[in-house]
Design a binder for this molecule. Structure first.
Ligand SMILES: [Zn+2]
Length: 345
């Protein structure tokens, strides 16, 4: 009996050990499958940032101005994260886009700020618009529709004041490809240093915007010279602001514009802002900083024109306070905000 009991005892002990062994194996299998599960989920997590990256790159590529596109992407997904803007009484807040910041008659284009090449630009042939008061060098000379009629009026007025009819529009709009050809030709002929100094790199020329023109003079011998502000011709340089144009690269501002004096290169800004620049004796680079002292909720810059009085102010970012009851024009500055020009009387 004692023997049987002991045998039974040993048998049960062996059974327990077997069961413990099986339990250990089961536990091991469970732990291994758990670890495998974690590993697989980690691997799939790791692949999702790559997808985010590619959609982000897509957004970046879709914008013509890559350095500002992340802001553009943020402003779409998180409009609430924009800084708060003070809206004065009688004003309403206009939500504009990053893309619009690179459009308008007041955009700054120079060696630091590239033109954004919008897809919806409307060009007008100056050859078709011109009468007998001035000439156009070819049928392909085009300017932006906002500058075409003011340019025609200015050149016609010049003829009426001076009786001179040999003024010539040499060029207006220039595509990026045309700029590249000019730049490459200059490098071939005179070297890179000369090209860098006298020819704007493709993308950084005001001519891309179609808001700038080069003027020339038809000579008696059939040749052509660049326009210069001498004798009776000076009337144009002295009065162009009344038609919305400025001499973009004045002699005394060459150190700021980083362009040598170009008496022939006129840039359209619209009458109020061109008059402001004329009155303050500034170049466009200086004016962009100057106008930042005037804001919607602060003091406005006041300018008088033949057409009436205007107030001008600047707004940082894409949220722009505009007057609810008065007519105004708005333009991006191609840098960081907008300029609002309000007709007050
Ligand atoms: Zn030019």
């Amino acid at each position: 009996m004692t023997y049987m009991t002991r045998r039974e005892y040993l048998r049960r002990k062996r059974k327990r050990r077997r069961m413990i062994f099986y339990l250990c194996v089961l536990l091991f299998v469970l732990i291994v499958s758990l670890l495998l599960g974690i590993l697989i989920s980690r691997l799939s997590d790791h692949s999702s940032p790559d997808q985010t990256q590619s959609s982000y790159s897509l957004l970046e590529d879709s914008s013509s101005h890559s350095s500002v596109s992340p802001v553009f992407a943020d402003s779409i997904s998180e409009p609430s994260s924009a800084p708060s803007v003070t809206v004065p009484d009688g004003y309403e807040l206009l939500q504009l886009s990053e893309e619009e910041m690179h459009k308008g008659s007041l955009i700054l284009i120079n060696k630091s700020y590239e033109y954004a090449f919008p897809t919806d630009q409307t060009l007008v042939s100056m050859y078709e618009l011109s009468g007998s008061a001035y000439d156009v060098s070819g049928t392909d000379v085009q300017v932006d529709q906002i500058a075409a009629q003011p340019l025609n009026t200015m050149l016609t007025s010049f003829y009426e004041h001076s009786g001179i009819s040999n003024l010539l529009i040499l060029c207006g709009y220039r595509s990026k490809e045309e700029s590249q050809e000019l730049f490459d030709a200059s490098v071939r002929e005179d070297g890179l240093e000369h090209a860098e100094r006298y020819i704007m790199r493709p993308g950084y020329s005001e001519h891309h915007s179609a808001l700038a023109v080069d003027l020339g003079v038809l000579l008696d011998d059939g040749g052509v010279d660049y326009y210069s502000a001498t004798g009776d011709y000076a009337w144009l340089t002295q009065n162009c602001h009344k038609y919305g144009f400025i001499v973009r690269y004045p002699d005394e501002k060459a150190s700021i514009t980083q362009i040598d004096y170009e008496s022939w290169h006129f840039r359209y800004l619209g009458i109020p802002n061109a008059t402001a620049i004329y009155n303050e004796s500034l170049c466009l680079e200086e004016y962009m900083d100057f106008i930042k002292h005037y804001t919607a909720d602060g003091q406005h810059y006041t300018v008088s024109t033949a057409d009436g009085q205007y107030e001008i102010y600047y707004a940082l970012g894409t949220q722009v306070p505009v007057p609810a009851q008065q007519s105004y024009e708005i333009s991006g500055n191609n840098v960081d905000g907008f300029i609002v020009t309000v007709k007050v009387s």
